[in-house]
Design a protein around this ligand. Sequence first.
Ligand code: APR
Ligand code: PHB
Length: 399
Amino acid sequence: MLHWLWEDRILKTQVAIIGGGPSGLLLARLLERRGIQSIVLERKTKDYVLSRVRAGVLERGFVSLMKEAGVSERLEAEGYPHGGVNISFNDDMFRVDIAALTGHSVTVYGQTEVTRDLYEAREKSGGIIEFNVEDVVINDAKSDTPYLTYSIAGQARRIDCDFVAGCDGFHGVSRQTIPEDVRTEYEKVYPFGWLGILSETPPVNHELIYASSDQGFALASMRNENLCRYYIQCSLDDKPEDWSDDAFWAEFKRRIPASAAETLITGPSIEKSIARLRSFVTEPMRWGNLFLCGDAAHIVPPTGAKGLNTAASDIHYLYNGLREYYENGSSTGIDAYSEKALARVWKTERFSWWFSSLMHRFPDQTEFDLKMQAAEIAFLKSNESAQRAMAENYVGLPY
Ligand code: APR
Ligand code: PHB
């Protein structure tokens, strides 16, 4: 399949995709399955992209999209379906039976593996990914003939296209290309971070534990039966090197329920990092023929594991809009993209904000605030409707 043409050193394609993370790769894969040409520009190397440690809980919609993209074989073979999730408040833990409440499960499968599978599919198809690109500029986005200019190893390049998909994350060029007087940005920065480790030890529990404790939040997650991903809420002043493994394990044990702490198997960390938490949305998600997807348009705190899953719904809407354009000559889908994507983005922002506000300790919290958190968790424990509302958000709202 001819992807691109060299004419006077100008590449031509239908959709130019900036960003070789999960958003850009998933869009490229879905498009190529319908014979729609794309080129992916990535500023790092493939190894660098795959070295980034990210979350690992996939919504049902994401799994369906990976099946539609024809890249779900390993996910279905190695992913772990989880029909429940655990919430604890100090030593009191209860399970939310998300499968019974919604008829769906989530799948535990690392984002790194998702990205790896997408790279492998793109390489097999011969689809173009340009790595180590520099100085990407989006030109004439408001025209019918937008084009990208960029360089590789000092050589100037240009891509002429019909559409530009800005899948270049929070620090990318796409969002900044939309004029400030066109953009409205919403942000909430949380007064703490997450210190996360990977350890090659058996998970403390076969399902996730989201733990609220007097010492702060903790999360027990995993990648497989011998690779755990654990987090503790930490100060924004902390650095990973401030935390020895022993100090991490001691604090983690204090925050998860005693019943879990007693069986916890500790070991050396093979990765240790701190993530800062923010909620962020930019509106609109379209400007002319530039479409923002994923982290380029929005950020959620990791508490609800919604970062990748919200990028997926953006990609679902944009992919179907572009399919409609190229296959039926209709721009209805792409014209509705920003409004449709934002409607789901804001519901996901709300869930992530709610869950973060519920489970963490805030520096300026009053005793009354603490009582409200305890009462809300007690209500969640005792009320099926409250659990169903949480479960429906956790498995993923419909696209
Ligand atoms: N030119 C080319 N590539 C760029 C540029 C640029 N100017 N700026 C950023 N990139 C690349 C980054 O190197 C990265 O590989 O764009 C990619 C963006 O990937 P992500 O940041 O992973 O964003 P996205 O694909 O939307 O995936 C969202 O990733 O960061 C997590 O928590 C986030 O789970 C969520 C998911
Ligand atoms: C993870 O496994 O890294 C993970 C799981 C659930 C979250 C956040 C991170 O909410």
